[in-house]
Design a binder for this molecule. Structure first.
Ligand SMILES: [Zn+2]
Length: 330
């Protein structure tokens, strides 16, 4: 069923033309509907459109995110004044700030959202940007495993009466955490791919029942399944990005969440052919591709770069200088 779907998608792609950016994930076995051991050598092509990075998306910082119900939920105030206050995500936030949030600590998630905006949808269905679990069941015949998953998608509560100057809404803390968990899995998948590692591992660690049980653990095609999930999750998040006009009313369906803006950063990273480096500052060790604070906005050096930021470069240089001085004096 799964492979049939993938094959159907591939056969509908145009065979050439200006819209395609084609790459090959790997050059090994690929066969549809047969065990992996008996297949001829083939390739898995992937196509990205557009092939250039999309413009940055602005997100809405939410200064007032309150952890309530013993950490189970967030009570959030957002501006009612259109246009809403907006800010750019820092470059590579998908691989930096978003990976540094402590998912077990609601206060850490709240702090992230205060600075960079809401991870979930604010409206009736917080999980809008994630694949529909019902579709998962229908397609693959697997039951979603996390017992609380359904409750995460429950409509937000809208306390009433609403104050005149801002919206107040409540979202389950776990729904916000789930978006970051998915993002980390997507980033982990892409990092494994660019490093020549195992792309199924991030999904297994993700522990989402449909993945481990339905698509990976019982699959003859764990790697293909992982790629299928990667594209499914990423594409669901990217669906929001299309040409549109925003109005003071009814704008929410076309307002990307911060999770979606982070996924767009990942997409841009992919179509730019970027990889990941580890910062050479001993006390940092962050993943990055471009060094921050080295040039004007969106002008980056990517070759010969060893540090994630100028700050790290200076810190390590100072450390090495201290060591040399110490070595010279003893
Ligand atoms: Zn660093």
């Amino acid at each position: 069923m799964l492979m049939g779907l993938v094959l159907a998608n591939l056969t509908h792609l145009p065979a050439g033309g200006t819209l395609l950016a084609m790459n090959v994930i790997r050059r090994e076995s690929l066969a549809w509907g047969a065990p992996a051991t008996s297949v001829p050598t083939a390739t898995i092509p992937y196509y990205a459109w557009p092939r250039q990075p999309l413009p940055d998306v602005l997100v809405e910082p939410l200064p007032d995110v309150e952890v309530v119900d013993g950490g189970a939920r967030f009570k959030i105030k957002a501006s009612k004044v259109f246009p809403f206050p907006e800010t750019c995500l820092p470059d590579e936030a998908f691989a930096r700030e978003a990976l540094e949030v402590d998912l077990a600590d609601p206060a850490s998630i709240a702090a992230f959202m205060s600075e960079f905006g809401l991870l979930t949808d604010r409206g009736g269905y917080p999980l809008r940007a994630l694949p529909d679990p019902m579709k998962v069941e229908t397609l693959f015949g697997v039951r979603r495993g996390r017992p609380d998953y359904a409750s995460l998608g429950a409509p937000s509560e809208w306390p009433s009466p609403q104050p005149p100057d801002f919206f107040v809404f409540i979202i389950p803390a776990e729904a916000a955490a789930e978006h970051l968990r998915v993002l980390r899995t997507l980033v982990g998948h892409w990092r494994a791919h660019t490093d020549g590692g195992d792309v199924t591992k991030p999904w297994t660690e993700f522990g989402y029942d449909l993945v481990t049980r339905g698509l990976l653990r019982e699959s003859h095609w764990p790697e293909e399944s992982a790629w299928f999930l990667f594209s499914w999750y990423l594409n669901t998040a990217l669906e929001v990005f299309h040409a549109h006009l925003a109005l003071p009313w009814g704008i929410f369906p076309s307002t990307p969440t911060t999770y979606q803006a982070l996924c767009l950063q990942l997409f841009n990273h992919i179509v730019e052919g970027a990889g990941f480096r580890i910062c050479a500052n001993e006390t940092c060790g962050r993943f990055f591709w471009r060094q921050r604070g080295r040039a004007k906005y969106r002008q980056f050096h990517t070759t010969g770069v060893r540090y994630c930021s100028r700050t790290c470069a200076r810190a390590q240089a100072a450390r090495e200088l201290r060591r040399r001085k110490k070595g010279a004096s003893t």
